[in-house]
Design a binder for this molecule. Structure first.
Ligand SMILES: Nc1ncnc2c1ncn2[C@@H]1O[C@H](COP(=O)(O)OP(=O)(O)O)[C@@H](O)[C@H]1O
Ligand SMILES: [Mg+2]
Length: 284
């Protein structure tokens, strides 16, 4: 008799269990639902990181890479794969890489998938320099990725850089969804004021273009937003200086002299020394 090991797809892909008539999502049993809902459920609830990773990429294929679209919007290329794996593993993460290496786009997809998987409870905040610039940067990716999702419970207000959750009653919930924070240096105070006092069960702050922003943004994020029950901070940039906001955010745990930045592509950052939580830097 031939015994074949089941593939990861066979183990994790949602299917109806013929015996119980329940939907089996990688061993989690739920009432039968649509494929995308089941994949989002698996992404939000599976305890294994490799399973979450699987569901993330399956969600991307269902939402952004299907045949009805003129092109694939979220390709699983090796850098994107590395970034997503790092985001799954680290509460605090720095991502450095050259221009157009997919940092903003990949994290826009990360933000949307996380929000969709727990839409009532998740607030994704994204920084950029100005609203105008952001349309060419991370917010542009958010808009293009959101625009092809049918029936998402969201109201998009592009003019103010906001996409808020709309609940079953049709009420707009500002504390859930995705929101852009224009944080160029001259508007630091306004931007940090926005971060102070934000409360949501889960907050993900994606600090994009960090080299161009003040470090106060990170401090405001860390001292205020980290009080929320679930919090993640991902800071990204084209690295520019060890002394700007991104340089400080990505500093190796044992100082810059401890790594060869020409060859190293990842290290633990000082955040790890300050907290017991996982933190890391990924260089793509
Ligand atoms: N995984 C991907 N799949 C499809 N298109 C991508 C992907 N990553 C990036 N892109 C495209 O490349 C462009 C540049 O990537 P971007 O994320 O803005 O780079 P960076 O932020 O590193 O400068 C994006 O606007 C998007 O259109
Ligand atoms: Mg970018």
């Amino acid at each position: 008799m031939e015994v074949s090991t089941p593939s990861i797809k066979q183990i994790l892909d949602p299917r109806i269990d013929p015996k119980t008539k329940r939907m089996d999502v990688g061993g989690l049993l739920i009432p039968p639902t649509s494929l995308i809902t089941a994949l989002l459920y698996g992404f939000a609830n599976h305890e294994h990181l490799r399973a979450k990773e699987y569901y993330f990429w399956r969600i991307c294929d269902e939402l952004w890479n299907h045949d009805d679209l003129p092109e694939k919007l979220m390709i699983r290329h090796p850098w994107a794969e590395k970034m997503i794996w790092a985001a799954l593993n680290n509460k605090y993460l720095a991502i450095g890489g050259s221009a157009s290496s997919g940092k903003s786009h990949t994290m826009a997809a990360w933000g949307i998938a996380n929000w969709l998987s727990k839409p009532k409870d998740t607030l994704v905040l994204m920084t950029s320099t100005t609203l105008r610039e952001a349309r060419k940067r991370i917010w542009g990716s958010v808009m293009s990725l959101l625009s092809v999702i049918d029936d998402a419970p969201i109201k998009i207000r592009d003019s103010i850089g906001n996409a808020s959750y709309v609940n079953e009653k049709g009420t707009l919930i500002e504390r859930a969804g995705l929101s852009l924070i224009a944080a160029e240096k001259t508007r630091t105070r306004e931007a940090t004021n926005k971060l102070i006092g934000i409360k949501a069960p889960r907050v993900i702050l994606i600090g994009d273009e960090l080299s161009e922003l003040s470090e106060a943004i990170l401090q405001a994020g860390l001292s205020n937003l980290s009080k929320n029950p679930e919090f993640q901070l991902i800071g990204m940039s084209n690295p520019n200086s060890r002394f700007d906001a991104f340089g400080i955010w990505s500093e190796p745990i044992n100082g810059w002299d401890s790594v060869d930045t020409h060859t190293a592509d990842g290290w633990a950052t000082t955040r790890q020394a300050n907290t017991s939580l996982s933190s890391g830097r990924l260089f793509i």
